[in-house]
Design a protein around this ligand. Structure first.
Ligand SMILES: Cc1cc2nc3c(=O)[nH]c(=O)nc-3n(C[C@H](O)[C@H](O)[C@H](O)COP(=O)(O)OP(=O)(O)OC[C@H]3O[C@@H](n4cnc5c(N)ncnc54)[C@H](O)[C@@H]3O)c2cc1C
Length: 338
């Protein structure tokens, strides 16, 4: 009889921790990881330093090239899951191949959130989630002197620091959505503005961006309710949201992320979700929470793997570390400092 096959969709912290846990605890299990990016597992929190040229490519990668081969994990890169057929227990890849599984862990993480009114201008703004995003910044930055940061989630502070270290002029629109998922209040606003000013950042206040247009290769025009700006580039930082639309008609319960119980089980037998794409039930709160951050992602990846192998480990999160913002319960594990 052939070995049981576990497929993991994703190649971030949650997926890698799950794969390694499965390999350690179940040496005979066949493990396949499917990642849509062509590059191997890297540290996303180093991308701001990477775009500033402070670290070489190889420092971004977590594992050496031969790691997956040595651990008997079949890594498929540059392959995107486009859906899941739970009746046939197959992952559908965008190039039409089907990959059969006995058990499955979905660990597809998040994608940059762009607020609805700004979607028409998304093509004129840069985000920073993936290595491909980083390369776009690296291609464009040498041609511009100034960058406008809009939104301003936790990542944006690291990006701002990197841009300043490169000698760029940085302006920052501190709007009510800044620092999502933290709720912006007057105290946070004051503190952030003081810190940004200390770093030499121009802090702008406005309630709404009404239009963004390209002027030429070196400038865009940003119109707001309190005036216009002409930066070289616009960086949009409105937090990450689970990247799960491809599962919309799969039969999984999806709200903001994939709904799972405290053992990270979805409604389908032997199918789990972990990391930033999961929305995890908390029996104490009688509600779901979304995970944001590297430490949470690895923790959940490990739990999903242990439970898939027959364990009964609950994701234990103190209710006090979960806070509510914009109607969402968020649990943030974040180590960034500014
Ligand atoms: C610039 C930046 C700075 C950050 N700084 C910090 C920090 O200081 N501290 C902190 O705690 N966190 C930080 N984070 C957040 C942290 O990196 C994430 O919370 C963490 O990576 C989540 O892990 P994950 O495995 O759930 O998802 P991800 O890391 O998002 O990984 C998801 C994986 O799934 C793959 N994937 C997605 N969809 C598909 C599909 N359909 N088919 C196949 N593969 C797919 C993706 O390519 C990726 O490999 C930062 C993130 C960024 C982008």
């Amino acid at each position: 009889m052939s070995a049981e096959h576990c497929v993991i969709i994703g190649n971030g912290p949650a997926a890698n921790e799950a794969a390694l846990t499965l390999r350690k605890k179940a040496p005979d299990l066949k493990v396949t990881m499917i990642g849509r990016e062509l590059v191997r597992y890297y540290r996303p929190h180093l991308l701001p330093d990477y775009i500033a040229g402070k670290i070489p490519d190889h420092d971004l990668y977590v594992n050496p090239m031969n790691f997956y081969h040595d651990h008997d994990i079949y890594l498929r890169l540059g392959q995107q899951a486009a859906g899941i057929d739970f009746d046939r227990r197959e992952v559908l890849l965008d190039h039409k191949e089907r990959v059969r599984f006995d058990s499955l862990i979905v660990a597809v993480g998040g994608k940059p959130r762009i607020p609805e009114p700004l979607v028409p201008f998304a093509h004129l703004m840069l985000t920073l989630k993936t290595m491909a995003d980083a390369r776009k910044w690296m291609e464009k930055l040498p041609r511009v002197d100034s960058v406008l940061i809009v939104g301003g989630d936790l990542t944006s502070l690291a990006v701002t620091k990197s841009l300043i270290s490169m000698g760029k002029r940085v302006s920052f629109i501190l709007c009510s959505e800044a620092f999502w998922p933290l709720r912006m209040n007057e105290e946070i606003r004051r503190e952030a503005a003081t810190r940004l000013l200390e770093y030499g950042v121009e802090v702008l206040s406005c309630r709404a961006i009404t239009r963004i247009t390209r002027i030429d290769d070196h400038r865009v025009e940003v119109e707001t309710d309190s005036g216009g700006f002409r930066p070289g580039l616009v960086g949009a930082f409105y937090g990450l949201m689970p990247d799960v639309q491809f599962l919309a008609r799969s039969g999984l319960d999806i709200e903001r992320g994939i709904l799972v119980d405290e053992y990270l089980r979805t409604r389908v037998a032997d199918v789990y979700a972990a990391g930033d794409c999961a929305q995890v039930y908390h029996p104490g709160l009688k509600d779901y929470w979304v995970s944001i951050g590297h430490a949470n992602a690895t923790y959940l990846g490990r739990i999903a793997a242990l439970n898939l192998l027959g364990g009964r480990v609950a994701a234990e999160v103190a209710p006090t570390s979960i806070f509510r913002v914009d109607g969402i319960n968020a649990n943030v594990s974040w180590w960034l400092e500014f």
